[in-house]
Design a protein around this ligand. Structure first.
Ligand SMILES: Nc1ncnc2c1ncn2[C@@H]1O[C@H](COP(=O)(O)OP(=O)(O)OP(=O)(O)O)[C@@H](O)[C@H]1O
Ligand SMILES: [Mg+2]
Length: 225
C-alpha cells in the first residue's frame, strides 16, 4: 500500500499569545483510505487541511503528499491535492468557464484538451446550464459545486474536502458520493480527508472498509472508533 499523505508532527501557531491551532499532529493516510477528520469548532481541522493543500505555512512539521514535501517540494506536492475550501472564495465577477480556464493554465493542457475537460467538469457537477453566469450570481450550493469542479481540474490523486456537503442539495450530495466511487474505479485514492460533522460520518462510513476517525477534540487528542 502506497502512503498517500503523511502529516508529520504538524504544528501551527497563528499567534504566540494564543494556544497552537494545531499541536504536533501526526497522521498517515494510505491509498484507498477514507479518513474522517472530526472535531469541535476551532479544533484545527481547516488549518490542517489548508497546510496540506499548500495555502498556509506550518510553524513546524511537514505534510508529504505522495512522498513530496509541501514545504520543500511545493509544486509536486500541491499538484496532487485537490482542495475544496470551507468557504469557497473566488473572483466573483468572473464567469465559470474563463475562471476554470485560468486555473487549468497550471496544468499544461492544450486548448482543446482544456475545453473538453472543463465542459465535462461543468456537466459533471451540474453547472452546465449556469456556465455563462457570473460567480456572484451563483447560489451557495452552486459555489460549492464550482469549487468541486476546480479541485478536479488537475486530476489530482488526493482530494481534501472541507465540509463539502454543507450547502449541497440531495443531488449535490449524490454527486459527491458518485465522485468518490468514480475515483475508486480509476484506481485512485479515495478522497482521503472528508471533514467533519456528524452528517459526513455516514457518508464516510458507507464507503470506507475501515473507517478511521481522527478525533481532534483540542488539537492534541486523537482517537479511533
Ligand atoms: N487565519 C487565522 N489567523 C489567526 N487564527 C486563526 C486563523 N485561522 C484559524 N485560526 C484559529 O485557529 C484555530 C483553529 O481554527 P480552524 O479553522 O482550523 O478550526 P476548525 O477545526 O476548522 O473549526 P470549524 O469546525 O469551526 O471549521 C481557531 O482557534 C482559530 O481561531
Ligand atoms: Mg473548519
Amino acid at each position: 500500500m502506497y502512503l498517500m499523505i503523511t502529516i508529520d508532527n504538524l504544528t501551527k501557531i497563528y499567534s504566540p499569545k494564543e494556544r497552537a491551532a494545531v499541536d504536533g499532529l501526526s497522521l498517515e493516510i494510505r491509498d484507498g483510505e477514507i479518513v474522517g477528520f472530526v472535531g469541535l469548532n476551532g479544533a484545527g481541522k481547516s488549518t490542517t487541511i489548508r497546510i496540506a493543500a499548500g495555502v498556509t505555512l506550518p510553524t513546524s512539521g511537514d505534510v508529504l503528499v505522495d512522498g513530496k514535501s509541501i514545504t520543500r517540494e511545493k509544486t509536486d506536492a500541491s499538484r496532487q491535492i485537490g482542495w475544496v475550501p470551507e468557504l469557497p472564495n473566488f473572483e466573483m465577477n468572473a464567469k465559470a468557464v474563463p475562471l476554470l480556464r485560468y486555473f487549468a493554465g497550471y496544468y499544461g493542457l492544450t486548448k482543446d484538451q482544456e475545453k473538453e475537460h472543463i465542459d465535462e467538469l461543468l456537466k459533471q457537477v451540474g453547472l452546465w446550464e449556469h456556465r455563462n453566469k457570473k460567480l456572484r450570481a451563483y447560489s451557495q450550493g452552486m459555489k460549492k459545486r464550482f469549487s468541486l469542479a476546480e479541485s478536479l481540474i488537475g486530476d489530482p490523486n488526493n482530494l481534501m474536502f472541507d465540509e463539502t456537503l454543507n450547502g449541497l442539495d440531495p443531488e449535490g450530495v449524490q454527486f459527491v458520493r458518485n465522485l468518490i466511487l468514480d475515483q475508486k474505479k480509476k484506481g485512485k485514492a479515495i478522497p482521503p480527508l472528508l471533514t467533519h460533522t456528524e452528517r459526513d460520518r455516514s457518508l464516510i462510513r458507507s464507503y470506507s472498509n475501515n473507517p478511521s476517525w481522527k478525533v481532534n477534540q483540542d488539537a492534541r487528542q486523537e482517537g479511533t472508533e
